[in-house]
Design a protein around this ligand. Structure first.
Ligand code: MN
Length: 314
């Protein structure tokens, strides 16, 4: 079956260790049709390995014909991390977040599958408006959802890097997934928390608007995160949806002049995304509760709070 209007995807990635950390445990991936950011955690080299296993598993995923295929690839990556950590005791406790975007074809149209586990994020920048597409699996995000914290308090919270879901913790993992329809001019951003904990969303949007070429935009975002403190590893992937007939990236405008009619659609188009609930029939098992002696990595992982059910919450 032939695609009626085949779109192209122009992507760029940048990563930086930041100003305080000794090692960069983030990883990123760009292929023709799959893009990802993983933020690894664990002592010594373990976090790097977990993040690398995650992006390698996605890069090697054979079948990508639906959002479910991307979810399966992430679940396979999770199993691979658990298996490796079991086989090599020095890697015990390693884990990683992952946020990924994959292009797949269904019928005569291209779609984008987006998945997330952990507190890396996916955003879309469309018609000058930035929207966060993913939900953080973090302690502070839970507290904000429960009305215990305001978003501005969450940004400064000392435990803002404690996450509630990650790959590598258990043999199964719950994966959030969405389907988006790519539109020429739309720009997708995948990033680790080292970006958005340093650079405000409004400032990210300004950079997305100012720098037409994704290479320039990823560099500028990483520079700004470092300038703001660079307290964590910083990783940014930008994917632009482009008309393949427009060879020059400079022709891709991140911010199109508004024609009015599409303004609302950019922010809240009910047809643009379908939240696919891909959780297994069985209830997800809670992540292990943090223990006093768990130290570095597990201090960033928090078990699901008893009585808290975020799965049904939007
Ligand atoms: Mn991080």
């Amino acid at each position: 079956m032939a695609l009626k209007n085949k779109l192209a995807f122009l992507a760029a990635e940048q990563t930086h260790v930041g100003q305080l950390r000794d090692v960069n445990q983030d990883a990123s991936l760009i292929t023709d049709d799959i893009f990802a950011v993983a933020d690894g955690m664990g002592g010594h080299a373990a976090g790097d390995i977990a993040a690398e296993i995650a992006v390698d598993a996605l890069a090697n995923a054979i079948r990508m014909a639906s959002v479910d295929d991307l979810v399966v690839a992430v679940k396979d990556a999770n199993k691979a991390i658990v298996k490796r950590a079991t086989a090599e005791p020095e890697l015990k406790g390693m884990g990683t977040t992952v946020v990924a975007l994959a292009v797949f074809v269904d019928g005569d149209a291209q779609h984008l599958a987006l998945i997330n586990v952990g507190d890396s994020r996916g955003y879309r920048f469309s018609n000058g408006v930035i929207s966060q597409l993913t939900d953080d699996h973090s302690l502070v995000a839970d507290l904000v959802r429960d009305g215990m914290l305001r978003p501005d308090q969450a940004e400064q919270h000392p435990q803002r890097n404690v996450i509630t879901r990650a790959l590598g913790i258990d043999t199964d993992v719950q994966v959030d997934s969405w389907i988006h329809d790519p539109k020429v001019g739309d720009r997708y951003l995948l990033c680790s928390d080292g970006l958005f904990n340093e650079v405000k969303e409004s400032e990210i949007a300004k950079v997305m608007s100012k720098f037409a070429h994704p290479e320039d935009a990823v560099d500028e975002l990483v520079d700004r995160a470092n300038a703001a403190g660079g307290r964590d590893n910083i990783t940014v992937v930008i994917v632009d949806v482009v008309d393949p007939k427009a060879k020059e990236p400079a022709k891709v405008r991140a911010s199109k002049p508004s024609d009015g009619a599409e303004d609302d659609a950019a922010v809240d188009d009910p047809t643009a995304e379908t939240k696919a609930d891909v959780s297994p029939v069985t209830a997800p098992e809670p992540a292990p509760a943090p223990t006093a002696e768990s130290g570095g990595f597990l201090s960033r992982i928090l078990g699901r709070k008893k009585g808290t059910n975020r799965d049904g919450a939007k």
